[in-house]
Write a protein that binds this ligand. Structure first.
Ligand code: C5P
Length: 234
């Protein structure tokens, strides 16, 4: 598999064309950003951890019937994926209140959310990825009604599978962000699932085991990412 020219560079990953039209290579970087790029640094080995963790989780989700863009891990920082067209919405699930829902709605961090909260955000840095609803998604032509239904069905299924998966490693899944793509007209899970995109708290101590350690300068960022990988790899 040949890595050809770069198609896109995001905050945490680069996407490359390959010699096959329908396959891309993703490179996971150590660069870390928060608050839409206002806080920047590098986290040693983050690329390796996020690549390995995403590979394990996408493999598990595929086995459980969720279609994804993932084909295989190529090396420590590279993945071969299907060449999807990304749907420009960020899909967020919140099982417990944390982060922006606390800031925007005055909820106390740690409050159990019943029912689980589903959110769409418009994926556009220029506008700071604003919260939108189904009507915006339709009116802006970001996805069709059928695609929205499929995205919702997959997202709630992914939440159930991930909660169970992380609980085996003594981790509580607080919230997460996922993205979907279109491949041969079908909606498939794309992007990544890692401590950059999920909030994970230790089940016994509620220790934050995710990117909030970087966002809030809590320390031990690199060690914590590695610990999450070690726990889920067992
Ligand atoms: O910041 P907020 O509370 O809205 O984030 C909810 C979840 O989505 C968190 O797990 C966060 O890591 C993730 N997220 C992300 N990328 C973004 C925004 C949020 O991975 N651009």
């Amino acid at each position: 598999m040949e890595k050809l020219e770069m198609l896109y560079e995001g905050k945490a990953k680069k996407v490359f064309k390959t010699d096959k039209k329908d396959e891309y290579i993703i490179e996971y970087k150590d660069d870390a950003t928060a608050f839409n790029g206002k806080k920047k640094d590098t986290i040693s080995n983050k690329g390796v951890v996020n690549n390995k963790m995403t590979s394990i989780i996408f493999g598990m989700l595929e086995e459980k019937g969720v279609p994804t863009h993932f084909i295989k891990m190529l090396d420590d920082t590279h993945q071969l994926v299907k060449a999807v067209e990304i749907v420009p919405v960020e899909v967020i699930i919140r099982n417990v209140a944390a982060g922006s829902i606390c800031k925007n709605l005055g909820l106390e961090e740690g409050m159990e959310l019943d029912p689980t909260v589903f959110e769409f955000c418009y994926k556009e840095d220029k506008y700071d990825d604003p919260l939108i609803n189904d009507y915006h998604v339709l009116a802006m032509g970001l996805a069709t009604k059928e695609e929205i239904e499929t995205i919702k069905d997959y997202t709630f299924k992914i939440n159930e599978l991930l909660k169970e998966f992380f609980m085996k490693s003594n981790l509580k899944l607080i919230d997460f962000k996922i993205e979907f793509g279109r491949y041969n007209g079908q909606i498939v899970l794309a992007d990544e699932i890692s401590p950059d995109t999920c909030r994970l708290w230790d089940k016994d101590t509620n220790r934050k085991m995710d990117k909030d350690r970087f966002r809030r300068d809590l320390g031990d960022v690199e060690e914590t990412y590695k610990e999450v990988l070690d726990r889920i790899s067992k």
